[in-house]
Ligand binder design. Sequence first.
Ligand code: FE2
Ligand code: FE2
Length: 157
Amino acid sequence: MDAIVLLKDDHKTVEKLFKQFEKAGEKAHKEKQKIVEQIINELTTHAYIEEEIFYPAARKEVPETKEHVLESVEEHHVVVWMMSELRNLDPKDERYDAKVTVLMENVRHHVEEEEQEWFPQVREAMGRKQLQELGEQMEKAKPQAPSDPLALLSASQ
Ligand SMILES: [Fe+2]
Ligand SMILES: [Fe+2]
């Protein structure tokens, strides 16, 4: 599996969950909480493989991505703290939907930058074989991802 294809697939999975959340009714608290749990699991695993494998490889092999990678980590930082707050927030709280909405805005902006601005640079600089190897490494690392978003590297950076 090509590393960038794998990451884009994850982005699509998360976008589907966002759409589900947006469709859920105002009072569908249980349903929304379940969707948010899935969003947190998907995003935590995704951020884990990016931070542990893809971002360091990009920085090393494609030095001109350095600023993008640093900005991406800062964006992860905001998102992981929001996720940790959401885990402890009652879905009936008046701030719940607002917090999820801002989380989604942040992630959509972040995904757009990855996919439009710097993943193409990585694709161009790395060969197909290298991207395949990275993809395999990330696939293998997924089960080792923490369940707590605050256990991610970006939480304490
Ligand atoms: Fe990311
Ligand atoms: Fe990503």
